[in-house]
Design a protein around this ligand. Sequence first.
Ligand code: SLL
Length: 174
Amino acid sequence: GKRVKGVQIYRPFIYGTTARPFNDTDNPRPAGVPADHTHSWQVFVKGVDDTDIFYWLRRVQFKLHESIPNHLRTIDAETIMKENEGKPPAQRRKAFVVNETGWGEFEITIRLYYDSRSSEKPQTLYHHLRLHPYGRTEAEKEAMRNGGEVVAWVYEEQLFNEPFEDFYKVLTTG
Ligand code: SLL
């Protein structure tokens, strides 16, 4: 295939983690979760404002800490899209997500796989799972505590430089 010369296409996305401590009211530790687990958390890759990214990002692989059973989690856009079929928009999944519980922070390796027509190699991102409030000041940490959630989100833009013609069509027609 030929490349579209002089063209650069950006697609924004967000990746990161959201964690919540277990408590006796709105986030009780589910049955079967080990007693030393202190938090529920999730790691995700999604579009900004939940815009569709499944047409260009086809697979995400999350590599969790090896202490976690089945620590390599692969999620295919195809699978999510099949599950979404026939569901009203509000009930469709818009993100590549892994939900887990645990007690410790660690670095998550996130591997992004693109549509095969792009000929782009997979890209690797590294993200630190945060369970505990963080910030430069006590006020910043307190703000996180008040929300009951610890969020560590990163805004990113995927650049496709001079994409192949077939992939350019995918990118521009969705
Ligand atoms: C440490 N950096 O070495 C940390 C490791 C590991 C966290 C944190 C286990 C969950 C499970 C879990 O939370 N591991 O058993 O499913 O201290």
